[in-house]
Design a protein around this ligand. Structure first.
Ligand code: FAS
Ligand code: PHB
Length: 389
């Protein structure tokens, strides 16, 4: 099998990259470990930065998002019973789109199928070869056969547990990591959202987030100790805890119902540098992970794909390689900005096991600055809605 760009991973990064490259006449093959149903069963991100919305439109997959997505011009931050509205539109003139990652992935699969893309599901033993040559290749097992793809470039879009990042020799890599001492217990329920905007709640019992997918599909999270297991949490226990942590003015109108998905996600900040090695270019969770507090994970994958697709198109269309040579540095500059914002928002809204009275005062001052200082609100809004690509 021969192709221009072999893409490892059929999640949002791999699919979006393939969609953008194929629209520019560049051939791709996507190798995905899981079945399509498994990929589409994952419940993950819910908020798209405006840059991501525009990129999805450029990729030709924005129609259903425009119909079914919900435009938000702000969000709310609460501390115990105090609720603060941050107006993005007023402070930085931008908005975000609430449209689940599952739907983005579904739209991308549909568009890739329509474009006749080669997407192989259920692949195993993926291995990358000759990355420092002009003739790299990928071997893998599929339908009980060992197969090989000869390509010019390889995009590692295979997430945190993929093999691309670790194919770069360990002595050539540098990892930066912060593990948070808690996780997020998330619930999806066919109930109307408790508030018209997202609420990030800092309560003495811990963090909570009220989000949504559509007017009859809500997504909620509560901070839980790392020792908790999903089976420790009945629906009733979850709803009671969420009610305690949301401001009283809001929790009284919370509509509860059976969970249709319930899971615990650990929180970490992680960056692996460099994001490129010879013919291998890393995108998305394959090379960085953010705590979901800032709604940056999926959006960072999209900005990596923006930079890499532009660089590959410049190579094939304009015979220029400067963008490819600078991909990692360009992408990392934006990655670290999002890392800082996600860390900062996590520190401001969560309760830490070893938190001191001083730490709590710092959280309260952060919130007070957002309430009283328009410059603080503008900085928050510019980061939350997405810094320019
Ligand atoms: P993905 O992990 O989505 O996709 C990688 C793909 O590669 C997967 O389909 C995997 O099966 C495949 N793969 C792995 N190894 C392979 C191999 N060896 N060969 C072939 N294929 C292989 N972000 C937010 O912004 N908000 C959130 O609320 C949020 N919640 C999250 C909850 C959880 C539990 C997790 C894990 C992440 C969450 N994220 C959230 C982050 C998430 O949305 C990611 O940023 C996003 O999925 C990144 O997309 P990809 O880089 O494509 O990686
Ligand atoms: C979600 O809706 O799943 C969501 C929204 C915003 C976040 C994290 C998760 O910051």
């Amino acid at each position: 099998m021969k192709t221009d760009v072999a893409i490892i991973g059929g999640g949002p990064a791999g699919l979006l990259l393939s969609q953008l490259l194929m629209r520019a006449g560049i051939s791709t093959v996507i190798l995905e470990r899981q079945s399509r149903d498994h990929v589409l069963s994952r419940i993950r991100a819910g908020v798209l930065e405006w840059g991501t919305v525009e990129l999805l439109n450029r990729a030709g997959v924005g129609d259903r998002m425009a119909r079914e997505g919900i435009l938000h011009s702000g969000c709310a931050l609460s501390s115990d019973d105090d609720l603060l509205h941050i107006d993005f539109q007023e402070t930085c003139g931008k908005r975000v789109m609430v449209y689940g990652q599952t739907e983005v992935t579904r739209d991308l699969y549909q568009a890739q199928d329509a474009a006749g893309a080669t997407i192989l599901h259920g692949v195993e033993e993926v291995a990358l070869h000759d990355l420092l040559s002009d003739t790299p290749s990928v071997t893998f097992r599929h339908n009980d056969e060992t197969k090989r793809i000869d390509c010019r470039y390889i995009a590692g879009c295979d997430g945190f547990h993929g093999i691309s990042r670790t194919t770069i020799p360990v002595e050539k890599r540098r990892a930066f990591e912060k593990i948070y001492p808690f996780g997020w217990l998330g619930v999806l329920s066919r109930t109307p959202p408790v508030h018209q905007e997202l609420i990030y709640a800092n309560h003495e019992r811990g963090f909570a987030l009220a989000s949504m997918r559509n007017p009859m599909l809500s997504r909620y999270y509560v901070q839980v100790p790392l020792t908790d297991r999903v089976e420790d949490w009945s629906d009733e226990a979850f709803w009671q805890e969420l009610k305690r942590r949301l401001p009283g003015t809001v929790s009284d109108s919370l509509v509860t119902g059976p969970s249709i998905e319930k899971s615990i996600a650990p929180l970490r900040s992680f960056v692996s540098e460099p994001m490129q090695y010879g013919a291998l270019f890393l995108c998305g969770d394959a090379t960085h992970i953010v705590p979901p507090t800032g709604a940056k994970g999926l959006n960072l994958a999209a900005s990596d794909v923006h930079y890499l697709s532009q660089a590959l198109i410049a190579h094939y269309r304009d015979n220029r390689d400067d963008l490819l040579a600078g991909y990692g540095q360009t992408a990392l500059a934006r990655v670290w900005q999002a890392m800082r914002f996600s860390w900062s928002m996590t520190m401001m809204t969560h309760r830490f096991p070893d938190q001191t009275g001083y730490d709590r005062r710092m959280q309260q001052v952060e919130l007070s600055q957002l309430r009283h200082n328009p410059t603080a609100r503008r900085l928050f809004s510019e980061n939350y809605t997405g810094l320019p690509f």
